[in-house]
Design a protein around this ligand. Structure first.
Ligand code: GLC
Length: 608
């Protein structure tokens, strides 16, 4: 029997009054450790090697416990997996800090809702890279079949995938349309499969480009030339008796939100197509070059800005409802950076191309400096902000945005581990939105907006805060949820975005592909494997829902559509990358050595 890799299990039994806890890293009293050893020994005859330690940190005048860890080395007897002297790994992490939202405890017991047993959990050891078990391969088969049923045809050609193929009785709203952002995982799955299906991606790129060329009017207002649609559908024109496309640029969308992300995703997918096929003839078409330039003209034009980030209205991306993401949201800034770097590869220098490339280069440098310095938050930086002086005048100001330390929400102090960090949600004068948003952080990793050290720290944070950010069903779109008065003020009492639901702290399976890509890129595929295992326990059984509700994502979302295409495609892309990590290259960029490196404060994240 070979030794098994270590696993971490966090216990919540160290809930002693905070005043009893010393203010620096301590060993948990032996008696507690012994008690745990005894409990674990009782439940199994399996060989366990147990270590327990606790880090305790003081902040804001409060003592708190951080990451009380019980590491368990487990060597399973061969009878556990039906053959071979194999080893298993339990890798369940939680934290026990008592944040305002209240923390859940870790799971080392079967969950009745998924019917999983501890043995099931360890059947396929994480990190084994072994062959597919039969339930996973039947899930993959089902996913491909469902994906092919989601294809939307225009004049006999596949041009995209429908957002959701729910039961006929369910309310459709605009889920019967092809959304640009939703098609990205579908397109990637088609590109990454062994027998790459490139046609649908090419058709999609050309059709949406064609829609960009339309005159776009909402009431009496004409939208910018470069705006890409949020979605489109194919309808039968009863008069002309032929199929026509109908696009939505935000005019019909709930709340008339602007799809700022669409153009960025379009450029990113065009680069993925080119990278995968080596077919440069598409991106070099004059109309495609023009389409790229029109999108960039919208974001690179001179204005009154004092920051290189892009100013947006609320609801401008995947979170397409009022959620307080207006201003300079991380998701858009990361996508902007990614799209700039992709465009840099695709644009030809002919005609006005050279001048545009120069503007792109300058913006890339300025944007990466701004994001890496001002959006980055880890333990050290949080401590700096906590001690900020205010009302500093002139360029020597340390507190550049005049952030008032009292505006730091309590939960951040509880949430921030010693090891790890992330790009916060938004930065503007006197406003820092400290919420965690997964899409922006993963895109920052894939585009190399994050430095290698920051990318590692983001993955550290995900591991340290597994229960909060992954929970029972990957993955939280944002953390934490807005509640009470804050929910009323920020969302405008949105009944769809109640706490821990939908965009407001709900869990979205589609995000699995982004986590998988980021974890492979940072050399941590085991993180993705753990998340994939969780998804595989329920997603297909639950009918591939759009999102899950609840603090740990246990419940199928109240208004979630079933057979949501990007939940299906996101799973396929994650599997295709885990099985063949070179697929990552289709959606990831290498570091650009030419981009000037900012001077970063050394912090706990990269000294551990
Ligand atoms: C919802 C989501 C949006 C998605 C659309 C179609 O509006 O908020 O991100 O693109 O559904 O799935």
């Amino acid at each position: 029997m070979s030794p098994a890799p270590a696993a971490e299990v966090i216990a919540d039994c160290f809930d002693s009054p905070s005043g009893d806890l010393p203010s620096e890293e301590t060993e948990v009293p032996e008696t507690v450790a012994d008690a745990w050893k005894n409990i674990v020994r009782e439940v199994s005859t399996t060989h366990f090697d147990i270590g327990i330690s606790a880090n305790v940190v003081e902040n804001t005048g409060k003592l708190r416990k951080d990451n009380v860890k019980l590491s368990v080395n487990v060597a399973f007897p061969s009878s556990c997996d039906g053959g071979g002297a194999d080893t298993g790994e339990l890798d369940v992490v939680s934290n026990t800090s008592s944040g305002s939202g209240g923390k859940t405890t870790s799971v080392l017991k079967p969950s009745p809702s998924v019917g999983a047993t501890l043995e099931n959990h360890t059947d396929s050891p994480i990190g084994s890279g072994g062959s597919e078990n039969s339930s996973s391969s039947s899930m993959i088969e089902e996913a491909w079949e469902l994906l092919s049923k989601s294809y939307v045809y225009f004049k006999g050609q596949r041009v995209g995938t429908i957002a959701a193929n729910d039961d006929p009785g369910s309310e459709t709203l605009n889920y019967n349309q092809v959304f640009v952002r939703d098609f990205v995982p579908s397109g990637l799955a088609c590109l990454m499969r062994n027998d790459a299906d490139v046609e649908i991606v090419k058709n999609f790129l050309l059709k949406t480009l064609h829609l960009q060329g339309w005159e776009k009017r909402i009431d009496n207002f004409t939208l910018g030339e470069g705006v890409m649609p949020a979605s489109f559908k194919v309808i039968q024109d009863p008069i002309r008796k032929k199929e026509v496309l109908q696009a939505d640029f935000g005019g019909s969308a709930i709340g008339r939100v602007a799809p700022v992300d669409s153009g960025f995703w379009w450029i990113i997918l065009l680069r993925s197509y080119t990278k995968c096929t080596h077919d440069y003839s598409l991106s070099e078409l004059p109309e495609v070059q023009r389409g790229i330039k029109l999108i960039l003209n919208l974001c690179l034009s001179d204005g009154f800005d004092t920051f290189p980030t892009l100013l947006c209205a609320d609801g401008c991306s995947m979170i397409d409802r009022r959620m307080g993401v207006y201003g300079y949201p991380i998701e858009i800034q990361a996508l902007f950076f990614f799209a700039l770097r992709c465009a840099r590869q695709l644009l030809k220098p002919e005609h006005d191309g050279k001048e545009l490339i120069e503007r792109i280069d300058k913006r890339i440098t300025a944007l990466s400096y701004h994001m890496q310095n001002y959006y980055w938050l880890d333990f050290t930086q949080l401590n700096n902000i906590y001690r900020y002086k205010t009302e500093e005048y002139s360029h020597t100001a340390v507190n550049k945005f005049n952030v008032i330390p009292e505006s730091i929400p309590d939960w951040v102090f509880e949430f921030m581990p010693l090891r790890g960090g992330y790009f916060i949600g938004n930065v503007s004068p006197a406003r820092m939105d400290f919420r965690w948003f997964l899409v922006g952080n993963c895109i920052a990793i894939l585009s190399c907006l994050a430095t290698p050290a920051q990318a590692t720290a983001v993955m550290d944070l995900i591991e340290e805060r597994w229960t909060d950010l992954i929970g029972e069903m990957p993955l939280k779109i944002a953390y934490p949820a807005l509640e009470g008065h804050e929910w009323k003020n920020v969302t405008g009492c949105d009944p769809k975005n109640t706490r821990w639901s939908y965009h407001n702290g709900g869990s979205w399976p589609v995000l699995l592909w982004l986590l998988t890509a980021a974890s492979i890129k940072t050399g941590r595929p085991q993180i993705a494997k753990r998340a994939i295992e969780l998804i595989e326990q329920r997603l297909s059984k639950d009918g591939w829902p759009e999102y899950y509700d609840g603090i740990t994502g246990r419940y199928i979302g109240k208004q979630a559509r079933k057979h949501q295409t990007w939940s299906i495609a996101g799973y396929l892309v994650a599997k295709l990358m885990i099985e063949n990590p070179s697929n990552l290259l289709i959606i990831s960029l290498d570091e650009d050595k030419k981009i000037a490196k900012p001077r970063l404060t050394r912090s706990a994240s990269w000294t551990y």
